[in-house]
Design a protein around this ligand. Structure first.
Ligand code: RFL
Length: 389
């Protein structure tokens, strides 16, 4: 069989690529190793920046999101027992949309399939062939046996654990924060309107409203820590300690997800080789410190689909500039995550603090809360608003 674009991976990046290409009238086939049911249940991100939502809307892919996702325009820092609200919508005129990733994935799968898009779930052993030729191929296995799909382009959207990035063979730049976050989902109503960042000597903690009945929490922990070290009682004791303030109690509920994430980043340079183009976490991972990953996956998808469309109109310039275009925003977000990480994690006494860094982080926080110009610059990058970095 053959198509114009083989899209490997049905996460936000691959689903956005496949939907947008179909809407542009460019044939594609989407290949996903998991089942449809599995990817529609996988909870991950929840905050989508306004420019990314507008990008989806422009392609007719945001109807349900716009109809139901709450908008958030502020968060709260909590430290030394006090609340410090930060209103970024007022500074930027833009919002985050709170929409659990599995709902976005569910919407995008439905729109693609209902529109007649071709997809194979449960594929195995994906290999790429001839990516430096004009007619590459993807080989894989499905229930019926070995398959070969010839195409003009391969979109490698198979995430951090995928295989397509191994075919690029460029440089992978890595950074390890040396910090773990225990990622939790609780069947508990949100305890605040939006996001609460707790900066505390016992370690960073965060609260993020997801739905009226489910709330995400994070607790800083040693990297590589075992989830079993965090029974229900310990989790809630730490959340109350690190996030609770007078008038800002934390509502408890059963924990439905408990996972230790080691905070690390990587960036693959370049993001392409021959006719293979990476998009999303197959190319770059940014630790969820600033909730940027899903937004970057969509950014790549918008640019890749525009560039492929330009190719079919005889202009290969956008494909040639694809890495540069995507990585401009990726590096801004990496830098921001590092900056924010210093604020979040420098006051912690376990591991023992670096007192100099702790004072720098406090100075940074005071500037953010005391200077409107500093707050505006922060808000712009927190929402990814600047059109051109
Ligand atoms: P995905 O979502 O990992 O999708 C990749 C898809 O490829 C499939 N796959 C394969 N298919 C075929 N053949 C193979 N060999 C394959 N190998 C893998 C996988 O099954 C999967 O379906 O990557 P994509 O599309 O690049 O999207 C990236 C986002 O999922 C990710 O950046 C975000 O979830 C990151 N993230 C957050 N981002 C935000 O913007 N805002 C947030 O609030 C936010 N919170 C988070 C997060 C990530 C988290 N985790 C899981 C570390 C919270 C958490 C806890």
């Amino acid at each position: 069989t053959s198509t114009r674009v083989a899209v490997v991976g049905a996460g936000p990046a691959g689903l956005a690529v496949a939907n947008i290409l179909s809407r542009k009238g460019i044939d594609c086939v989407l290949l996903e190793e998991q089942s449809r049911g599995y990817i529609e249940q996988r909870p991950r991100a929840g905050f989508i920046e306004e420019w990314a939502v507008r990008g989806l809307e422009q392609h007719g892919l945001a109807d349900r999101l716009l109809g139901s996702a709450p908008r958030h325009g502020g968060f709260e820092f909590r430290f030394e027992g006090a609340r410090h609200p930060f209103d970024y919508a007022e500074l930027t005129g833009q919002h985050h949309f709170v929409y659990p990733q599995q709902l976005l994935v569910t919407d995008l799968v439905a729109q693609y399939v209902d529109g007649g898009g071709e997809v194979a779930f449960g594929v195995q052993d994906v290999t790429l062939h001839g990516i430096e030729s004009e007619r590459p191929a993807v080989e894989y296995r499905d229930g019926a046996g070995e398959r070969r799909l010839e195409c003009d382009f391969v979109a490698g959207c198979d995430g951090a654990q995928g295989v397509t990035r191994t075919y690029v063979g460029g440089r992978v730049l890595r950074h390890d924060y040396g910090i773990g976050w225990l990622a939790l989902l609780a069947e508990a109503p949100p305890s605040a309107d939006g996001v609460v960042f707790g900066i505390h000597p016992r370690g960073f903690a965060a609260h993020m409203a997801r739905t009226p009945t489910v709330t995400r929490f994070y607790l800083q922990c040693p990297p590589g820590d075992d989830e079993d070290n965090w029974p229900h009682e310990r989790v809630w004791a730490e959340l109350h300690e690190r996030l609770g303030v007078p008038g800002g109690a934390i509502a408890e509920g059963p924990l439905i997800e408990k996972r230790v994430l080691d905070m690390h980043n990587y960036v693959t340079e370049p993001m392409a080789r021959g006719r293979l183009f990476l998009a999303g976490e197959s190319a770059h991972l940014v630790a969820p410190i600033a909730a940027k990953g899903l937004n970057l996956a969509l950014h790549d998808a918008f640019h890749l689909t525009d560039a492929i469309e330009a190719h079919y109109s005889g202009d290969d310039g956008p494909l040639a500039r694809y890495t540069e275009t995507c990585l401009a925003r990726v590096w801004q977000y990496q830098e921001f995550s590092q900056w924010l990480s210093d604020i979040f994690h420098s006051s912690t006494t376990d591991p023992p603090p670096d007192p100099f860094r702790a004072r720098l982080a406090q100075a940074r926080l005071r500037r953010l809360l005391g200077s409107r110009a500093a707050a505006a610059a922060f808000a712009e990058i927190y929402l990814g608003k600047a059109a051109d970095f």
